[in-house]
Design a protein around this ligand. Structure first.
Ligand code: PLP
Length: 383
């Protein structure tokens, strides 16, 4: 056993079935879905099938799915498209632990003169619902709240968030990029207007995602071009990507019940094993409401980057928070928002499993970790 992949919140291995589904589109069925001829119509039909599969994963209708280039574009389209459609309103509400696709956009909007309210979380990464309710007012164009956090794995009470937003008449966008495929999602009974998804987080290909747009939601497309995706997202479709996304969504739905309990048991085995071996380690985030695949562990007096490099040398792939913020030595904005003490924050490592993770891999990880951690602890200035 060489490499052990524990970085599934960054991206996932494409399922073999997904690759199989994509190959014919790349090799033979390469038509443009806008073309009248049979090759084009075949592609168009395949896209509609994929749309149906992606919709089914979240309980939506196929007509409510707009394909995008990924989660980032879906997040941007949701917020910018809503602001454009409700231009009289100049206030956005979001949370301090959103992915940078939402948070950096909101920071830019604030610089452009919009009012932006950022709701905090507590030490366990739980959302302040009272502050959220208090922030929504008559001028609020949109609220954007993630379903589950990519670093801590903490799940927000999205039904309550949606009820509060609905009561105040504010459209709600939910970034479900990490939640989809790890939690059952049904948008039908919940007043969510917009939801972002990304294929590569659920064993699909990279560079393709979707925005769920509930029927009747006002949204203006942010690109100008042809009439694809009902004018909301013009541009020739990423047909292989979309087909792969559809196959991945169908598989994810089928595997979900078994995956949840099996992966949570493996995650708990890994987490308990780490806590037992390293008394100076701490789980960050609310352990009772987390994604089944994620553990976020802070090692006192260690630098996460050093741990990750040493882990990588030992064949263990993990992350310190979101992949997008790696490369910087500062603790991530999520760890900061949770108010984790510096001593632990600097050593926060995220280990994220998938349905392909095995017990052997977890046990092997627990075998390899002590040598890594004790070597780094010996070097630490003040362990
Ligand atoms: N939202 C969340 C919560 C994520 O974890 C990510 C990816 O890390 C994204 C959005 C961005 O998705 P994509 O990589 O498809 O642009």
């Amino acid at each position: 056993m060489d490499r052990i992949y524990l970085d599934n919140n960054a991206t996932t291995r494409p399922a073999p079935e997904v690759v199989e589904a994509m190959l014919p589109i790349l090799r033979e069925d390469y038509g443009n879905p806008s073309s009248i001829h049979s090759l084009g119509q075949h592609a168009q039909h395949a896209i509609e099938e994929a749309r149906h599969r992606v919709a089914t994963l979240i309980g939506a209708d196929a007509r409510e799915i707009v394909f995008t280039s990924g989660g980032t574009e879906a997040d941007n389209l949701a917020i910018l498209g809503t602001l454009a459609a409700r231009s009289a309103k100049r206030h956005v509400v979001t949370t301090a632990v959103e992915h940078s696709a939402v948070l950096s956009l909101c920071e830019r909007l604030a610089k452009q003169g919009l009012r932006v309210t950022i709701i905090g979380v507590d030490r366990l990464g739980r959302l302040d619902l009272d502050a959220f309710a208090a922030a929504l007012d008559d001028d609020t164009a949109i609220a954007s709240v993630m379903y589950a956090n990519n670093e801590s794995g903490v799940i927000f009470p999205i039904e309550r968030v949606a009820a509060i937003a609905a009561e105040k008449g504010v459209p709600l966008h939910v970034d479900a990029v990490q939640a989809a495929s790890k939690l059952p999602i049904d948008v039908r009974p919940v007043p969510i207007q917009l939801m972002s998804l990304s294929a590569h987080k659920l064993h699909g290909p990279k560079g393709v995602g979707a925005l769920y747009v509930r029927r009747g939601t006002r949204l203006r497309g942010q690109q100008v071009g042809g009439h694809q995706e009902r004018d909301i997202r013009p541009g020739t479709e990423n047909v292989p990507g979309i087909i792969g996304f559809g196959a991945a969504a169908e598989l994810a739905l089928r595997e979900l019940p078994a995956m949840q309990s099996r992966v949570a048991a493996l995650r708990d085995r890994l987490e308990t094993g780490l806590l037992e071996r390293f008394p100076f380690s701490h789980v960050l985030g609310d352990r009772s409401v987390r994604l089944p695949n994620t553990t976020f562990v802070g090692f006192e007096a260690l630098e996460a980057e050093a741990v990750l490099i040493a882990m990588s040398e030992a064949g263990l792939c993990a992350s310190s928070g979101s992949a997008c913020s790696s490369g910087s030595l500062e603790p991530s904005h999520v760890v900061r928002a949770m108010g984790v003490e510096d001593r632990i924050a600097h050593g926060a490592i995220r280990l994220s499993l998938s349905r392909y993770s095995t017990r052997e891999e977890i046990d092997e990880t627990l075998q390899r970790m002590p040598a890594i951690i004790s070597r780094l602890r010996a070097l630490a200035p003040n362990p």
